[in-house]
Design a protein around this ligand. Structure first.
Ligand code: ZN
Length: 162
């Protein structure tokens, strides 16, 4: 496993739509392992493949309950609303207010290419939406209400960057 370089906003790889994964090759498995390690090293709660420069529909999320790998994820249902702070590992030191669904149900494939469904509320729902946006080439900054704020080092202790 290896830590990969996280791409920063302005890098064109973050503005492109990602391709479906059709086969889990050894290279793709290595990518997933590296993504998990990179997310933990950066204290993030989620990471999408384009954030490490790979245009594949893969995201990893950990909201404190262990890593979730989502390959070719699709949102099936969403409901409710939550308005709160959001940050992104591709835009360090910044945060902004974003409104997201408070409940999301998604379908994806795991690292064995087994299909599964996942339901999430609050932070997990937010993280799923944020990461899936990355797969479409979108950043949360497009949805920020009221502009971006600088996040101080103290705030970063419990940061929820994805
Ligand atoms: Zn992000």
């Amino acid at each position: 496993m290896a830590i990969r370089t996280i791409r920063i906003q302005g890098d064109s790889v973050l503005e492109k739509r990602c391709r479906e994964v059709v086969e889990l090759t050894p290279k793709t498995r290595e990518l997933i392992e590296d993504m998990i390690e990179t997310m933990y090293e950066a204290n993030g709660v989620g990471l999408a493949a384009p954030q490490v420069g790979v245009l594949k529909r893969i995201v990893v999320i950990d909201v404190g309950e262990g890593p979730i790998v989502m390959i070719n994820p699709v949102i099936l249902e969403s409901s409710g609303e939550q308005t709160g702070d959001e940050g992104c590992l591709s835009l360090p030191g910044k945060a902004g207010t974003v409104t997201r669904p408070n409940y999301v149900k998604a379908r994806a494939y795991d690292e064995s290419m087994q299909e599964f469904e996942i339901e999430g509320t609050e932070l997990l729902a937010r993280a799923i939406c944020h990461e899936l946006d990355h797969l479409e080439g979108h950043m949360y900054t497009e949805k920020v209400e009221g502009g971006l704020r600088d996040v101080t080092y103290e705030d970063a202790g419990d940061k929820q960057e994805t």
